[in-house]
Design a binder for this molecule. Structure first.
Ligand code: GDP
Length: 226
């Protein structure tokens, strides 16, 4: 792949090109090389699947590119968009491989609407907190950050909730269509995350447009849910 930011670490390590890593990348690719479908949309933790399968969740400011990234991850254009109908955008949207193999993917409601009412923010915070606190199968939250805008106060607030709930999370930069810009922002975000107790040290730089970083994101999901 030409533009390939890949995982970024604060110490600027070169990408791991060992055979073992190639095997992991291939296993992760296969994990996502089957049809996924929308399972359900829920406003309460009690409605979530209870079959014990491991789970990862995706969070981020509205417009961060979450739907686009989820669709790119599973190479299905309409998957996350299909759930983006009124009523579902403030809910937890659940996706899974149709054959039930692999982890459950949970699309968390976007936050940071400039004009969101306080009651809406309170409702979001309660749902998120209940979810993060009460979900034993949740292995990692991928916190999406727009590489063009960097961390905003609402991202800091989300990270504070994640730290408080002690849920492991990893930052994923979106819209890294240009490698240099993505790397510069990854460095800035990595510095900010060093102070965060529950944050994964590796920042993933992705672009749904170029496909950059998607193999590494799939690999991170696999690693988190093995
Ligand atoms: P969501 O609200 O987080 O689900 O965001 P969307 O997936 O709807 O994307 C918001 C906007 O960002 C849309 O206009 C997308 O076309 C754009 N976008 C998403 N991913 C990328 C990307 O990788 N590169 C670029 N340049 N734009 C993107």
């Amino acid at each position: 792949m030409g533009q390939h930011p890949g995982p970024f670490q604060a110490d600027q390590k070169e990408p791991d090109l060992t055979a073992e890593n190639a095997d992991d990348l291939e296993a992760a690719r296969l994990m996502f090389a089957a049809p996924f479908s929308f399972v359900l949309s829920c406003h309460g933790v009690a409605q979530l699947p209870s079959d014990g399968r491991p789970e990862v969740a995706f969070a981020g400011r509205s417009n961060v590119g979450k739907s686009t990234l989820l669709n790119a991850l599973v190479a299905q254009k309409g998957l996350a968009k299909a759930s983006n109908t009124p009523g579902r955008t403030r809910a937890l949207n659940v996706f899974s491989r149709e054959d039930g193999v692999g982890p459950i993917l949970v699309d968390m409601p976007g936050y940071g609407y400039a004009r969101a009412a306080k009651t809406e923010i309170d409702t979001w915070t309660r749902l998120i907190f209940d979810y993060l606190r009460g979900r034993a199968v949740l292995r990692r939250v991928f916190l999406l950050v727009d590489a063009r805008h960097g961390l905003k106060p609402s991202d800091e607030a989300a990270m504070a909730v994640l730290d408080e709930a002690a849920v492991s999370y990893q930052a994923v930069l979106t819209k890294c269509d240009k490698k240099a810009a993505g790397d510069a922002m990854a460095s800035a975000v990595a510095t900010a995350l060093r102070k965060r107790p529950a944050a994964h040290p590796t920042i993933l730089a992705t672009s749904a447009e170029t496909g950059a970083g998607l193999p590494e994101l799939r690999q991170a999901i696999r690693e988190a849910t093995l």
